[in-house]
Design a protein around this ligand. Structure first.
Ligand code: DGY
Length: 324
């Protein structure tokens, strides 16, 4: 008998077809996410799961899912998983690194540019029919080329953003990360390690790319925002919980920082109404990795993790070690 898997959210039909050659597949291809109850029942009845970043796999669900052996996340971030609880329950966790690095870095850089150069705000103004004349200071924004780029979290995506800034836009790059990059990589990226405080103090544009864990919850709050230049831009493509949104709203309202670009939100898909009222904030619905080519690679890698695990006994990009 084929192992049973559950696919939590709509994915590419060709990936579903591949999966159905190997597995009994139950999938939610509706536009509406399953309720918590339906998700719990589906997980409990499955040997494996293909999840997205919005499908939780935490201790309570694991306790109710004794058959479950693997969850393959179609995302590089995995804060929807409780990995230690999964390891304890002998459930393999996988994610989709590498395949989305460049696409996500493109978006992070684009969001930084759109925010600094006031693209959303000026577009809304034009669409509203409010453009009546040329003015020297009409939507004058912040310089990007040659400005100082600060990157918090210098993993694969952070490095890809640094490369764009340093080599394409002549930006001095400051970064803060738990561990420093090798000297050779720092040289290639023209990047300098600084303390977190220095990064917020000195950067003209700060991009957040660090993985979320409870340890970094609200790591950007009023203290960090207070260090920033009044003209500086803050961009978050990591996870919503990293930024204290209320502190950010206050800092922008009081013009203590220039602008923000946010692709991720604390309660997403709900967005803090305070953010919606601010013109200097560019808001996008968690789409940094969203090109069809990249999303297909992510779905394929998640599917390949399931197939490899059940046919070869090991996943391709595991996040934990579970004795088979
Ligand atoms: C990721 O891969 O973590 C992106 O945020 C998409 O969910």
């Amino acid at each position: 008998m084929k192992p049973s898997i559950v696919v939590a959210r709509p994915i590419f039909p060709q990936v579903l077809e591949t999966l159905s050659k190997h597995f009994e597949v139950r999938s939610n291809q509706d536009d509406v996410p399953w309720t918590a109850q339906t998700w719990q029942a589906a997980l409990a009845a499955s040997d494996g799961a293909l999840t997205t970043g919005s499908d939780p796999v935490k201790a309570d669900l694991l306790a109710a899912s004794p058959k479950l052996r693997i969850c393959a996340n179609m995302a590089v971030g995995y804060n929807n998983f409780d990995v230690p609880a999964m390891t304890a329950a002998k459930v393999v966790a996988t994610n989709t690194p590498d395949v989305l690095t460049e696409t996500t870095a493109d978006f992070g850089f684009a969001l930084m540019m759109a925010t600094a150069r006031r693209m959303a705000e000026s577009e809304h103004f034009l669409r509203a029919g409010r453009w009546t004349e040329w003015r020297y200071d009409l939507f004058a924004g912040a310089e990007v080329h040659g400005a100082t780029l600060g990157i918090l979290g210098m993993g694969r995506i952070g490095q890809a953003i640094a490369r764009r800034g340093a080599l394409g836009f002549g930006m001095p790059v400051l970064y803060h990360n738990r561990s420093r990059l090798p000297a050779e990589t720092e040289q290639q990226l023209k990047a300098t390690w600084v303390s977190k405080e220095d990064l917020f103090r000195r950067a003209d544009h700060v991009v957040l790319v660090l993985p979320y864990s409870p340890a970094v919850h609200h790591i950007v709050g009023s203290a960090e925002l207070a260090l920033m230049k009044p003209t500086a831009t803050l961009v978050n493509i990591a996870r919503g919980g990293i930024v204290d949104e209320n502190a950010l709203i206050e800092a922008i309202r009081e013009r203590r920082i220039g602008a923000a670009g946010l692709d991720v939100f604390e309660g997403e898909p709900k967005v803090n109404p305070g953010l919606l009222q601010l013109e200097q904030v560019v808001l996008t619905p968690h789409i940094a990795s969203a090109t069809m080519a990249t999303r297909l690679k992510m779905a394929q890698l998640a599917a390949d993790n399931l197939i490899s695990f059940f046919t070869q006994g090991r996943a391709i990009t595991p996040l934990n070690e579970v004795p088979v």
